[in-house]
Design a protein around this ligand. Structure first.
Ligand code: FEO
Ligand code: CA
Ligand code: CA
Ligand code: CA
Length: 571
């Protein structure tokens, strides 16, 4: 019974079975509803969503955008705000009147550019449940066109200068906003991941060797990923603007309390395919930011500020002046953070170390990883966790200039279709310490199909199995919530896992239990809570139709709200 299951476990719910259908499932005693979907107006001057057109370019930045991802909650003057990422587009769905989603005009490109970025929105619980406050003074859309400031050691460097911005300190737009973070001073961090896909080239460019090497290591090619911006908007044509890609791939800070504020790109945190930015404070008050670079064979990073954070004091420079390091894991269960500086890497300047952080990390001998996704720190213990989502190409170099990717301590399996979560405990209980001890919190697997290492670690059973851990966050009670972005075929070595899902993990006992399942085709990503913790907000990205509006309608990414029928806390 539910009562017995709840007694044996710390989790306040009875785990649910795997599902394969087109809707969301939550445990007995819990309810869910849609909070907001792609195309829902944030302002009353935007039209209601049109299933024929997917909306027009003019209003695309007046509505909730596409592919909801990382999010955080803020309270300002009694208003409850959610800042949330809009990662990329599903072009066939977003441009239903085009041939296979290929932009056919500048208007199509502008629509895509405006549907991505970040939404800041006020939410409130009314008589009909949780909803967005349309026309709130806090509502804001940040897009691929929004003015940004570039700060930190690389700001103003030649490699960041363009014809439109000879200062190298002012750029337009934030790109492929994947995971998130929150600072102790109440700002939002949005993390630029697969920015490379937006760039292309109209002609073979003639760029210096250093720039070309960077293109290759970061996957910037002449074709792009089908957004075709470069065919309609010169800024994305690397033959005309070879430095523009250097102005993406950063962590960006946004003040959700001030819709007029200019977002800031913090070069101190390094340039790579950022997943999220988990911020903790060292015992002496220095700011520690943990960051994953989501690509096969790339690395895990940590930034430690030079100055300490003082509540109410200036935060200037706290995310830029400090030391960026990269993780080295030893097979004996220890590890260390290797600083990236001109001295340790042999590179010309700190600015170049940060702009080409991947190459800098290769110079110091960092450990190649199975795609570092979200990092989450336990608020009840000095430890942090990183989802290593999967790696189907062991031994294949991830990008030109990348390292060999052999099996190693935290990435112990050859072909790795399931993923694992590594955990580390900093020495001296100090997130700023040089050394740490690590173990694997879980190795995902399928115990019904395999009796070997692919069956998963002991805490994986046929009642909780999953693949490709990705999103992750702790709640204030110290439960770690794990979201998946994997194979939802429910066949072969994935049989019994069902759709992508969200599970709760107990960091002490290792117990893992399935809490929520997403609709077919979707990834479950992004998690935050209402300030009173009676509501949990969960992102459903790129679902298949008919979610959420029914048969014959366009599928729409959505944030869902989950609550307990008895009104008690959810995490
Ligand atoms: Fe945007 Fe690595 O997920
Ligand atoms: Ca992710
Ligand atoms: Ca993923
Ligand atoms: Ca995704």
């Amino acid at each position: 019974t539910a009562a017995e299951a709840m007694e044996a476990s710390r989790f306040p719910f009875k785990p649910i079975a795997a599902q394969t259908d087109a809707t969301v499932h939550v445990p007995e005693g819990y309810k869910w509803d849609v909070l907001v979907r792609w195309g829902d107006p944030l302002f009353s001057d935007a039209p209601e969503f049109d299933h024929e057109t997917g909306g027009d370019a003019d209003s695309a930045d007046r509505v909730f955008g596409e592919n909801t991802d990382g999010m955080e909650t803020f309270v300002h003057d009694g208003h409850e705000l959610i800042a949330v990422n809009l990662e990329y587009t599903n072009r066939e769905v977003n441009l239903p009147q085009t041939e296979e989603g290929v932009p056919g005009s500048l208007d199509d490109v502008r629509k895509l550019q405006k549907l991505q970025g970040v939404t800041v929105m006020e939410v409130e619980k009314g008589e009909g449940g949780w909803g967005v406050v349309v026309d709130s003074l806090y509502n804001r859309r940040i897009t691929h066109l929004t003015p940004m400031k570039i700060a930190g050691p690389a700001a103003g460097h030649d490699l960041l200068k363009t014809e439109a911005d000879p200062s190298g300190t002012e750029s337009l737009g934030t790109f492929n906003n994947c995971g998130s973070g929150k600072t102790p001073w109440g700002t939002y961090l949005t993390c630029e991941e697969n920015f490379n896909g937006y760039f292309g080239a109209s002609a073979k460019g003639d760029v210096p060797e250093k720039v070309q090497a960077g293109y290759e290591r970061y996957g910037i090619g002449p074709e792009g990923w089908g957004y075709d911006y470069h065919k309609w908007d010169d800024r994305f044509d690397t033959a005309k603007n070879p430095h523009e890609p250097h102005r993406a791939g950063w962590v960006v800070e946004i003040d959700p309390s001030d819709p007029e504020s200019t977002p800031v790109k913090h070069t101190g945190l390094g340039r790579f395919k950022h997943e999220n930015a988990e911020v903790v404070l060292a015992p002496d008050g220095r700011v520690v930011v943990y960051m994953g670079d989501d690509e096969r064979g790339e690395f895990m990073y940590r930034f430690v500020s030079a100055a300490a954070y003082a509540p109410g004091g200036s935060t200037e420079g706290l995310l830029d002046e400090g030391t960026l390091s990269v993780a080295k894991f030893n097979d004996d269960g220890t590890g260390e953070w290797l600083p990236l500086t001109p001295e340790t890497t042999g590179m010309e300047s700190l600015a170049e170390v940060l702009i080409f952080a991947r190459m800098a990390a290769s110079e110091v001998g960092a450990t190649t990883m199975d795609r570092p996704e979200w990092i989450a720190a336990n608020p009840h213990a000095v430890e942090a966790y990183c989802c290593l989502t999967n790696n189907k190409n062991r031994g294949v170099k991830p990008n030109a200039g990348g390292d060999e990717t052999p099996v190693n301590g935290p990435n112990p399996r050859e072909t790795n279709n399931y993923g694992q979560i590594v955990r580390w405990r900093p020495h001296e209980d100090d997130h700023a310490a040089d050394g740490f001890d690590w173990d694997l919190y879980v190795m995902a697997g399928n115990p019904d199909v395999y009796q070997n290492v692919y069956g998963g670690s002991e805490n994986v059973t046929n009642g909780n199995m999953f693949n490709s851990p990705d999103g992750m966050a702790f709640d204030s009670a110290g439960i770690v919530w794990i979201q998946t972005d994997g194979d939802d075929s429910n066949e072969g070595e994935f049989a019994g896992m069902g759709n992508n899902q969200m599970l709760a993990g107990d960091p002490v006992t290792g117990e893992i239990a399935r809490f929520l399942t997403g609709p077919k085709g979707s990834e479950v990503t992004g998690l935050t809570w209402s300030a009173d913790r009676t509501a949990m907000f969960v992102g459903i990205q790129h679902p298949d139709a008919p979610f959420p509006d029914g048969e014959g309608k366009l599928p729409r990414s959505a944030i869902v709200v989950v609550w307990r029928e008895d009104g008690d806390l959810v995490g």
